[in-house]
Design a protein around this ligand. Structure first.
Ligand code: CO
Length: 153
């Protein structure tokens, strides 16, 4: 009886471990918070290479409106951050501070204000596994403080 109990526990434990392994392999999304202090809650995002697509959910836990402290989540190569942000400034809030059809932008959300949330889903095969990408907020002046890296592993 005792042995059987130990064995069934072992089966249960390995089933749990298998479930946990599967669950983490399929976690193809991340939530990034943004604040009235002009900060993202994450500065490194790792995308599992087994993911077909990846979703970034952007939340804004502050109180300020989108025209004062708006935030979006924009993904480009590191070299394109500044030029995309500069062009975005001219594009204005109505265009989410991004030039229309900017092909340097790999993925982007709309601009949100305090208390709001949004998300973007993009195919992982758009990303090179040997490149470290940069995500940032394209609201004027925010890209220097609100930025981080994203890589496929
Ligand atoms: Co911002």
């Amino acid at each position: 009886m005792k042995l059987r109990a130990v064995l069934s526990f072992a089966v249960f434990a390995s089933a749990l471990a298998a479930f946990a392994g599967t669950a983490s392999a399929q976690d193809c999304s991340v939530t990034v918070d943004s604040t009235d202090a002009m900060k993202f809650g994450k500065d490194v995002i790792t995308v599992d290479k087994s993911c077909e697509s990846f979703t970034v959910k952007l939340t804004h836990s502050g109180k300020l409106a989108e025209n004062v402290m708006g935030h979006n989540w924009v993904l480009t190569t590191a070299d394109n951050v500044q030029p995309v942000a500069t062009d975005g400034m001219s594009a204005g809030l109505s265009n989410n501070y991004l030039k229309a059809n900017d092909n340097r932008v790999i993925a982007s959300t709309e601009i949100i204000g305090g208390g709001e949330e949004t998300s973007v889903t993009f195919p992982v095969n758009k990303l090179d596994q040997n490149t470290v990408y940069t995500f940032f907020c394209s609201f004027p002046g925010h890209w220097t403080m609100m930025r981080g890296t994203l890589a496929v592993r």
